[in-house]
Design a protein. Structure first.
Length: 136
């Protein structure tokens, strides 16, 4: 089974679109969004609409205590590319040992400068554009 997990879109539709396309091409069995859809970029409505159109369940809560899955729209690790995780495991996975569990961090290129320029052209603080360009 393969599950795609993503979070921290923060209204960055320019990062979300190529991630959704990449996920679709990899054909996971399920896709979940672990929150933080809005904030920091000027496209909150478009992000929510894209998630709803695809029927992707959104989980609220403090997911950081469970697993670090990267960030689609607001990087924190110095890499400006969008990031999500693909989990894959065999049906007979022993969760106590985690044998047979594979976690793959997937980086997706997108037009960071376009997204940063949209932030600068909006009423949002310019520092948000710098975060996108610098990956954190």
């Amino acid at each position: 089974m393969k599950i795609a997990l993503f979070s921290d879109i923060h209204a960055n539709i320019d990062a979300l679109k190529p991630v959704l396309k990449d996920m679709h091409e990899r054909s996971p069995d399920a896709v979940y969004c672990l929150g933080d859809l809005v904030g920091y970029a000027p496209y909150p409505n478009e992000v929510v609409e894209a998630i709803r159109e695809r029927g992707i369940p959104v989980i609220a809560g403090n997911y950081r205590h469970a697993i670090n899955i990267g960030s689609v729209g607001k990087p924190k690790d110095g890499d400006p590319r969008a990031c999500y995780v693909m989990l894959e495991w065999e049906d007979d996975l022993d969760l106590a040992k985690a044998d047979g569990l594979n976690v793959e961090f997937i980086r997706v290129e997108y037009d960071v400068e376009k997204a940063a320029k949209a932030v600068e052209d909006s009423d949002l603080p310019g520092a948000f554009a710098d975060m996108l360009r610098n990956g954190g």
